[in-house]
Design a protein around this ligand. Structure first.
Ligand code: GRF
Length: 195
């Protein structure tokens, strides 16, 4: 049984999808802890599913490395097989990447390497792209630059704004994430080989 820690910053709809998938006894992974960089709304999903959670408040960019060390302390206590960033709106510090990658993956609402960074959906719209997508990658020290584990195209429709497009991308992200975690759990997908 693959044990998974999920880190969030926001509403946690992707987290919820993983919690729901993991509720199926046949699913080969379990979320054992949820972490956040603030009192994120998504922590309510952890509570609803009876999953422990922790918060390491973001102290500001000047103390990012200290934040990373505390994040490592919290994660070490749970010894997860895999750490999933799903809506964590922070670049994890090098100490976190060094300790957990390649067992450290991220979901991103674009077809990487297109539109990396924190505003992928807005950037795709601004670029006038006809297609964007969703990706699941291994986290490395770059910005959304790690090995791609899964990705799928999502069309941009006339009249799409950032919110509507993002809400159409998220279900694709969730499906990709649930499948990638399952494939890691079954050994079908070997992370070391991917990185
Ligand atoms: C997701 O699209 C994720 O890829 C991006 O932020 C969104 C988080 O959504 N980093 P939610 O908090 O899971 O609803």
């Amino acid at each position: 049984m693959l044990t998974v820690a999920v880190l969030i910053s926001g509403g946690g709809s992707n987290l919820r999808a993983l919690l729901e998938a993991a509720s199926d006894p046949a699913y080969p992974a379990r979320v054992i802890v949820v972490g956040a960089d603030r009192e994120a709304d998504g922590l309510a999903h952890a509570e609803e599913f009876g999953i422990p959670s922790f918060v390491v408040p973001w102290p500001g960019a000047d103390r990012r490395d200290a934040w990373g060390e505390e994040l490592n302390v919290q994660l070490r206590a749970w010894r997860p097989d895999l750490v999933v960033l799903s809506g964590l709106m922070r670049l994890v510090p090098p100490a976190v990447v060094a300790e957990w990658s390649p067992r450290l993956i991220n979901t991103h609402p674009a077809y990487l390497p297109e539109f990396p960074g924190a505003h992928a959906v807005r950037d795709a719209l601004a670029a006038g792209a006809a297609l964007t997508g969703a990706s699941v990658i291994v986290v490395d020290d770059g910005v959304d630059s790690g090995p791609i584990l899964a990705q799928e195209r999502v069309g941009i429709l006339p009249g799409d704004d950032e919110s509507r497009l993002h809400e159409r991308i998220k279900p694709v992200e969730r499906r990709l994430l649930i499948d990638v975690v399952r494939r890691i759990a079954t050994g079908e997908l070997e992370l070391a080989a991917a990185s």
